[in-house]
Design a protein around this ligand. Sequence first.
Ligand SMILES: NC(=O)c1ccc[n+]([C@@H]2O[C@H](COP(=O)([O-])OP(=O)(O)OC[C@H]3O[C@@H](n4cnc5c(N)ncnc54)[C@H](OP(=O)(O)O)[C@@H]3O)[C@@H](O)[C@H]2O)c1
Length: 295
Amino acid sequence: MVAAPEGFSVRVFVTGAGGQLGRELVEVFADHDLVALSREQLDVADRDAVFDALLGAKPDAVVHAAAWTDVDGCEADTDRAWRVNSLATRHVAGAARLVGASVCYISTDYVFSGDGVFPGDTGRPYTEWDQTGPRSMYGRSKLGGELELGAEDTVVRTSWLCGRHGANFVKTMLRLAGERDDIAVVADQHGCPTFADDLAATVRLLVTSRLPGTFHVTNQVPTTWYQFAKDTLSAAGLDADKVRPVGTADLGPPRPAPRPVWSVLDNAALRLSGLPLLADHRESLQRLVKELVDR
Ligand SMILES: NC(=O)c1ccc[n+]([C@@H]2O[C@H](COP(=O)([O-])OP(=O)(O)OC[C@H]3O[C@@H](n4cnc5c(N)ncnc54)[C@H](OP(=O)(O)O)[C@@H]3O)[C@@H](O)[C@H]2O)c1
């Protein structure tokens, strides 16, 4: 594959820079000419503000990490979901086009149905070329964002994000382990945990190498939330037997947005391009838990 050499100097603009991934992006692009704006500094749903900011900064690449990630909230306020996740991406893509910048848009496993590549056919990971079919408003609005992009842009779909910054599953499990003797976790939803620092490093590679197209980028080796919870407690030296498996159906009233049963993304575009895959999620989990526990 012909790609610009990694490390090719680009002026980078990051949206959603205050978020879980955004903060890692700020670190990973620290040696670049970087403009990184949090929601307080730039509301991506404000078209004029987006055009002002991008025309002022004149970046070569925009990493668009801003999103409304409240999956259940999106069901309750669909207009806000469309505005922040879909229409705002139109603003970002339009302004980027004016200044000749490419966009790297961070997307999600929720663009798929979560029922399997073919209905009920769980066991086969979704590739970048499989049919999308979101079942939640969050997934529909993130897919709407994907549809705003052009041939020069990059879509990075990821899943089960966790890391040092912000609230996430690993932090929740560590907290619950200190509060409870019994932690019920769903054992029938499958996916690949992804660590924000590992993801940010691959985003950097794709951006500085100027690789357009859709890429699935997750840490390797699928698991269930139940097994991930047990591995989290074990990594912290805590009693993993506190974690009890339950089925999604046993969890009381269903949540407003359906959770995908099968969210495993095949990182086929990376793999078939000979680009490095992210580490086994259990390796990155050890690193994150150590950092959180040592704090
Ligand atoms: N978390 C996951 O498990 C997961 C999985 C797959 C894909 N993704 C995708 O990965 C990307 C990063 O997610 P994340 O986990 O880092 O989420 P996050 O922590 O919620 O970060 C998103 C950031 O966007 C900001 N934002 C919200 N509305 C905005 C607006 N109108 N203008 C500008 N900024 C706005 C948020 O600010 P506030 O916090 O102030 O609202 C937040 O700082 C998102 O595109 C998400 O869809 C996440």
